[in-house]
Design a protein around this ligand. Structure first.
Ligand code: SF4
Length: 309
């Protein structure tokens, strides 16, 4: 198959005279530029000149942006697939029930982790937990739901009072406006019912990828991966990967998190809680506890840090 570099695509059909079919001289002049100065001049003097397809590889036209973006994405995708293949066939692939067992032994018991939590409580909790230690949120959690018992209460809340109520967590104004606008959106669009659909969740103001996945997993019991900065740090250390600070830009981490989910859907919640706790408590940002970590024999970072391997 003959490829034309000008467009990067399939070459047009050839006519009997060796020129592309259905290609008018006008089209040729605008879309297929001759490379050399001589041929440039020739083209300007002879507007009807057509370039045979077998010379297309000499042509250097600017690539259409759409094609360029597609190629960049293709390169990124191929790189992810290669890394994925390498990782998932490596000897240190994680046991998919490791975090379930770890959570059963060492997991933290917060009030929002009980089995029968409502989607409303999960959404509020996720907003309260942003940039805030979980123990601080636990301190006001029950009082919050006594005061704002359902999503309608929250949508109608007085912003000033709500800001004062959650001031102890920090970012009071930002957090209260996030809570109220998300609640209003759900009341207006979904009659107060939080949707169990990822794209609908992502349309809600102040609900990003992490919160949407947390809702799907913790409120709607779906088999969905969770990645926050702690989880990203853990996977990047464990598999020795270079990652960007913005978790949304590290597709490979999301791929790994997804591939690490247990096959049994009913274990997803425990697995994600275990992973979040382990990444926050053991694989800490500063001074990770490699010396007591049960994964030290398979973790690339741990092996280097402890055994100098
Ligand atoms: S060995 Fe160290 S770096 Fe690796 S997972 Fe454990 S705590 Fe984290």
């Amino acid at each position: 198959m003959l490829l034309c570099k000008a467009g990067g695509g399939r070459a047009p059909e050839l006519a009997d005279d060796g020129f592309p079919q259905n290609l008018s001289p006008r089209v040729v002049d605008e879309s297929v530029a001759p490379i050399s100065a001589a041929s440039s001049q020739l083209a300007s003097h002879r507007p009807n000149l057509r370039i045979p397809v077998d010379q297309c590889h000499h042509v250097t036209l600017e690539q259409p942006p759409v094609l360029f973006i597609f190629k960049i994405r293709l390169i990124g995708f191929k790189r992810i697939m290669r890394t994925r293949r390498e990782l998932f066939h490596s000897s240190n692939m994680l046991n998919r029930k490791f975090f379930v067992h770890w959570f059963e032994k060492h997991g933290r018991a917060f009030p929002w982790r009980r089995a029968s939590i409502s989607p409303y409580a999960v959404m509020v909790t996720e907003i309260l937990l942003r940039q805030t230690p979980a123990v601080s949120v636990a301190g006001i959690w029950k009082a919050f739901f006594c005061k704002y018992q359902n999503i309608t209460d929250l949508a109608r809340a007085d912003k000033k009072r709500l800001t004062q109520f959650i001031a102890i967590l920090g970012f009071g104004k930002m957090r209260s406006s996030a809570l109220i606008s998300a609640a209003k959106w759900i009341v207006q669009r979904y009659n107060g019912q939080i949707p169990a659909d990822r794209s609908a969740l992502l349309e809600i103001p102040h609900i990003g990828v992490y919160s949407a996945n947390a809702l799907l997993c913790f409120a709607f019991k779906q088999r969905v991966e969770i990645v926050d900065t702690n989880v990203q740090r853990f996977f990047s250390r464990y598999y020795s990967l270079d990652v960007k600070p913005d978790i949304r830009r590290n597709l490979i981490i999301w791929e790994i998190a997804k591939a690490s989910l247990p096959g049994d859907k009913t274990l997803t919640k425990k697995h994600n809680y275990g992973l979040l706790d382990f990444a926050g408590e053991v694989c800490k940002a500063i001074k990770p506890r490699c010396s007591i970590c049960p994964l030290v024999y398979s973790c690339k970072y741990g092996k280097r840090a402890i055994y100098k391997l």
